[in-house]
Design a protein around this ligand. Structure first.
Ligand SMILES: *Cc1c(COP(=O)(O)O)cnc(C)c1O
Length: 423
């Protein structure tokens, strides 16, 4: 491998077809932002659409539901249509609604139908805590003990999951499978197609949490035959803190009674009939509950324009190049400092990398002091996400140089090795 230098990082930036998108974003002053997998940055387009919708409220009052640049009444469906290509869904299979965790509750309420001996939910021991809390509470609501009814697939090494281990656990007593698409720590992309096929063959509904995959990797949920999926829009989709999430439901399930019903799940034309018998939408819209959080959906409209323009395959290609470049630099510059690479290095790596180190918490603090914004994940993980739309190869080069200096000079030692409240 030839030595990587600042000038060849800059050369790569000059050749980068997506380079102009960086100017679309507000990059925090004097910072190298490597945390787009936790909270994506604000773009000018997202800011504009937020202002547009504030303006509808300001100038139209209640008529904003049906008038203005983006009438609020149809917004969840319209944003859903724009998100559909990101997950490989048909327009009618995707709706913008709720949050990751509330959508998970909705989908489990809809798809988890324990019957006879078929009562267990299959998940994994590496998933994000909120998903596990939700699954356990759903089991309790149905009168089952989560200790015996939530099966969490074990990781052999604490980092990754093996698809074959998961498939082996798809036994007759399993009523539902919920798995992450990309693991939030190691960034491993699970083989969703293979897992879906195995679940379909066994007649077990399967759904994926796309929080760390949407906007970073491609999906073909419809073609794979995945039953459902759910996600947030504030990570790789840059929708802003608490922006409205999304869900996918395969068209083969259209017409299925929503587990958690509410009037916004009605057919649009019937909603204001005010009948006490619900007439649910015949598509993904049925799984909405109440009034959409319009102002938290507004920035997503502008942000998604860029995903539409660029397309997921170009975004994934650049993201993969950036993480590949970072891995090469880690190998070139960070030998002997006690780091372990905690992410897959092959095609199964997602949009972020994980560097493990016993001093990770304070190394992150030293990075922040030096203008690099990483993300710490207890107990020993430094996540770094060079994002296709706004990070450069130079950002990656500088990040690793700064990290090397911090390690060389042991600059992290002046900080406590303890995480902050939000980390
Ligand atoms: C970010 C994330 C969440 C967060 O859930 P919210 O309901 O949006 O707070 C849940 N699960 C996973 C896997 C995540 O990455």
């Amino acid at each position: 491998m030839s030595q990587h230098t600042l000038s060849n990082a800059q050369d790569r930036d000059r050749l980068d077809k997506l380079a102009s998108y960086r100017d679309e974003f507000y990059i925090p002053a004097n910072a190298i932002y490597m945390d787009g997998n936790s909270l994506g940055l604000l773009s000018k387009r997202a800011e504009r659409t937020l202002h547009d919708l504030l303006n509808s409220w300001k100038t139209l009052g209640i008529d904003g539901w049906t008038e203005g640049t983006h009438p609020w009444f149809y917004l969840s469906e319209q944003v859903g249509e724009k998100m559909a290509p990101l997950v490989g869904g048909m327009k009618s299979e995707v709706i913008a609604t709720g949050s990751t965790t509330t959508n998970l509750h909705q989908l489990v309420s809809t798809f988890y139908k324990p019957d006879g001996n078929k009562t267990k939910i299959l998940a994994d021991e590496l998933n994000f805590p909120s998903d596990i809390y939700a699954l356990k509470s759903q089991l309790r609501l149905k009168g089952y003990d989560p200790d015996t009814h939530l099966i969490r697939i074990k990781s052999r090494d604490g980092r990754y999951l093996k698809e074959d281990d998961i498939i082996e656990a798809m036994t007759d007593d399993v009523a539902l499978i919920v798995l992450p698409a990309v693991l939030y720590r190691s960034g491993q992309v699970l083989d969703m197609e293979k897992l879906t096929k195995a679940a379909n063959e066994r007649n077990i509904p399967i759904g994926f949490d796309l929080c760390h995959s949407i906007g970073a990797v491609e999906h073909s949920l419809h073609d794979w035959g995945t039953d459902f999926a759910f996600w947030c829009t504030y990570k790789h989709l840059n929708g802003g803190p608490g922006s409205v999430g999304g869900l996918f439901i395969h068209e083969q399930h259209f017409g299925m009674e929503p587990g958690l019903a509410g009037w916004f799940g009605s057919k649009k034309e019937a909603q204001f009939d005010m009948e006490h018998t619900m007439d649910p939408a015949l598509d993904a819209g049925a799984y909405q509950i109440g009034t959409p959080h319009v102002l938290s959906l507004a920035p997503v409209i502008g942000s998604l324009e860029m995903f539409e323009e660029v397309g997921m395959s170009a975004i994934r290609a650049k993201s993969f190049e950036l993480t590949g470049y970072m891995l090469e630099l880690i190998e070139q510059e960070l030998q002997g400092f006690g780091f372990t690479i905690g992410n897959p290095v092959d095609k199964t790596r997602g949009g972020h990398l994980l560097l493990e180190h016993v001093e990770a918490a304070r190394i992150c603090k030293a990075l922040k002091e030096d203008g690099v914004i990483p993300d710490f994940r207890a107990p020993n993980g430094i996540r770094l996400a060079p994002v296709a739309l706004y990070n450069t190869f130079e950002d990656v080069w500088r990040t690793i140089q700064k990290l090397k200096l911090i390690m060389d000079e042991k600059r992290y030692e002046k900080f406590e090795n303890k995480r902050g409240v939000v980390a």
